[in-house]
Each structure stands twice: as structure tokens, then as C-alpha cells.
Design a protein around this ligand. Structure first.
Ligand code: ATP
Ligand code: SF4
Ligand code: MG
Length: 350
């Protein structure tokens, strides 16, 4: 199993075990009958270590946001467990859930629609205190909110302004301030910079890194952009059609990927160095992503994989260190869900 690097401690703060979310597909208007299920998340396991950033990448519809919602308890899991500091939180409700929720907060993708346009910035950032007044008693809220504005690099005097008076990057800073209001330990970031201009993305990422060091935060960072994910992540998980295809440290995944899907994703990332670009092989995947309501048997990637063999249709490949690399001491020795995992020379995102 891949270990965390950089600023992370070795203690898992969150452990996800065989998490499943199937959305029922129904037919009929009056008498709804279940005719199938969208297997949005279909048996995913991973750890998030204290103080680390775990990046999650994968094509649209592979289940990234559903994982985020399950961790936040915004969706109920069909099965599986989510342990927060050793306690299974996936089945909690009421007061017990509220207490845990305080420690796990979320920053959303679109700072334009995720902030209520009719509320002042002070009310938006201070809203979590309505549910958790113990963190900031009424008389103390204004000061707390102004402190948070300062922490995210906004002028505390803007407290009475409305979201439309801010730029996209500033709005995402407001979203981050709200995420920090309850002093959480974990922040789930679902595409936090995807809606922002490229020039602003770096500023928001730098802010998030600074806050992580300052408050010892653990991030689950979901994104499309493989270069951004590499920049911010200690480890990276690659999802395909509701499953984890490969997971490891950023170096293992970007420089020594062994799963064909990861190799294909990386081969499509633009590389600035013309020499590296000239020497690389671009892997073009054939076909579309199959429907999660009817995923292929065996390996889900087999309908698009250039290496697929009979075994791939018959046996589900487990996410584990491939035997051939297990005692190699090489960076290829990390979890990969492929029967024929091997290294391939792809130039990863810098
Ligand atoms: N409430 C729901 N009811 C039915 N199906 C759903 C629901 N929410 C998500 N899905 C389906 O589950 C699958 C995974 O969706 P999800 O939003 O988790 O993907 P994603 O990886 O976040 O995609 P994107 O990169 O586009 O945000 C998709 O096929 C989606 O249509
Ligand atoms: S298990 Fe087979 S189909 Fe799946 S990624 Fe590996 S080689 Fe391709
Ligand atoms: Mg999503």
C-alpha cells in the first residue's frame, strides 16, 4: 500500500472501506418499479492520512463527486464504511453525525452558484455557526468572520458586501473561509478551481497549501486537471467507472504508472518541453465510457483497453501491488487494479 510523503503524518484520519453507491433506476409514474441501478461508486477503498492531500482524478461521470458526497454524508452509502479516526461514520445520524460533520467540511466547484447571492459575505461565512453555536457565540461571530476573511486574504472590511461584488477567485476564497469556519480537520474539495481562470487558479491553490500548513488540514482534492493535482497532492487515486484503477504517491502515479488507463490519461497531458513532447506516444482511447448502469464484466476498462485479454472479461482485477513489482523496490510497486500491470514510458504532467 502506498505511503504518504511530503507533509503527511502516517496516521489515517479517514479510512474508506469497500464503499458502494448505487442510484436506483425506476420505471412507472404511480407505481415505481426498480429496473436497475446506476453503479456510481462500486467498491472503493482508500485512506486519507493526517495532513496530506489525496488527489482524485478520472473522467466525467466516474463517481468522484459521489465519493465526496458519501464522505460528507450528503448521500447515504448503499454499503461499505467510512471510518473517521477509527469510528464508522457512514451510519451515523442526528447529534452524533452533527458532531462529526464539524470536522469534515467541503469546498465546492462553482463559486458563482454555491454562494447565496442574497446573503452578505459575513452571513455566508458565519452560517455554520447557526448549527454549531458552541464554536462562536453570537457576540463573537463578527470578529471570527473578520478573522477568517483576513486568513483567506480578503479585506475584513468587506464583511457586509454581497457575492456579486467579488471576482471568481475572491468568491472561492469566501467558500474556503466558510469551509474553515468550524476549524475542521478534513476538507473535501470538489473541483475547487475548475471554474476559475488559469491565472487565478494558482493563487487559490497557493492559499490552500498555506492554510493546510497553518491548520494541519487533510485534503481530498478532486480535479480534472492532472497538472494541478500533481502540484498539490502527496498521493493520487485514479478512478474509472466507479472503481479505483490505481493509487500511489504523486511520483509513483505520474512517473511510474502501471495501469493502462492512467497511462492513457497521462499521455494526453500537454508537456511544455518540446523534446519530451516529440518523443512521447499519445495513447488515444477508442470508444466511449460505458454506462455505469451496465458496466463491463471483469475489468471495467476492458472495452477501451489495448491490452485486454480473455482474463480481463472474466476476473475483476483487485487493487493491489502487482506481484511482479512487489519486491522490486521500484516506484512501480504501488496499488494497481490490472491483471497485466506494467510500466510504460509516458511523460507525466510536470
Ligand atoms: N442523484 C443521482 N441519481 C442518479 N444518478 C446519479 C446521481 N448522482 C450522480 N449520478 C450518476 O452517477 C455517476 C457518477 O456521477 P458523479 O457526479 O459522481 O461523477 P463525477 O466523477 O463527479 O463527474 P464530473 O467530473 O462530471 O463532476 C454518473 O453516471 C451520474 O449520472
Ligand atoms: S485488467 Fe486487462 S482490460 Fe483491465 S486494464 Fe488491465 S489489461 Fe486492460
Ligand atoms: Mg463531479
Amino acid at each position: 500500500m502506498a505511503e504518504p510523503t511530503k507533509n503527511a503524518a502516517r496516521e489515517p484520519i479517514l479510512e474508506v472501506r469497500d464503499l458502494v453507491k448505487h442510484f436506483p433506476l425506476t420505471q412507472g409514474i404511480l407505481f415505481k418499479k426498480q429496473v436497475g441501478a446506476v453503479k456510481a461508486v462500486d467498491g472503493i477503498s482508500f485512506e486519507l492520512y493526517q495532513g496530506e492531500t489525496l488527489g482524485i482524478v478520472g473522467e466525467s461521470g466516474c463517481g468522484k463527486s459521489t465519493v465526496a458526497k458519501l464522505l460528507m454524508n450528503l448521500e447515504r452509502a448503499t454499503s461499505g464504511e467510512v471510518f473517521y479516526k477509527g469510528e464508522d461514520i457512514s451510519k451515523l445520524s442526528g447529534r452524533a453525525l452533527k458532531a462529526v460533520r464539524r470536522n469534515i467540511q467541503m469546498v465546492f466547484q462553482d463559486p458563482y452558484t454555491s454562494l447565496n447571492p442574497r446573503m452578505t459575505v459575513g452571513d455566508i461565512i458565519g452560517e455554520p455557526y447557526d448549527i454549531h453555536p458552541e464554536v462562536a457565540p453570537k457576540g463573537d461571530r463578527r470578529r471570527k468572520v473578520q478573522e477568517l476573511l483576513d486568513v483567506v486574504g480578503l479585506n475584513p472590511e468587506y464583511i457586509n458586501r454581497y457575492p456579486h461584488q467579488f471576482s471568481g477567485g475572491q468568491r472561492q476564497r469566501i467558500g474556503i473561509a466558510r469551509g474553515l469556519a468550524l476549524n475542521p480537520e478534513i476538507i473535501i474539495c470538489d473541483e475547487p478551481v475548475s471554474a476559475l481562470d488559469v491565472s487565478v487558479q494558482a493563487q487559490v491553490i497557493n492559499l490552500m497549501e498555506k492554510l493546510q500548513d497553518e491548520f494541519n488540514l487533510s485534503y481530498l482534492f478532486i480535479a480534472h486537471d492532472l497538472s494541478i493535482v500533481r502540484h498539490i497532492s502527496d498521493r493520487v487515486g485514479v478512478m474509472y467507472l466507479g472503481k479505483m484503477a490505481e493509487i500511489g504517491t504523486d511520483e509513483q502515479i505520474y512517473d511510474h504508472p502501471t495501469h493502462p488507463y492512467t497511462q492513457a490519461l497521462l499521455s494526453a497531458v500537454p508537456v511544455p518541453d518540446p523534446e519530451a513532447r516529440a518523443g512521447r506516444e499519445r495513447i488515444i482511447l477508442s470508444g466511449d465510457v460505458p454506462s455505469p448502469a451496465n458496466p463491463p464484466s471483469g475489468c471495467r476498462f476492458r472495452t477501451r483497453c489495448w491490452k485486454a485479454q480473455d482474463k480481463c472479461a472474466e476476473e475483476v482485477p483487485l487493487l493491489a501491488v502487482p506481484e511482479r513489482f512487489a519486491s522490486s523496490g521500484s516506484l512501480a510497486a504501488h496499488d494497481s487494479a490490472c491483471h497485466f500491470a506494467e510500466e510504460k514510458d509516458v511523460v507525466g504532467a510536470a
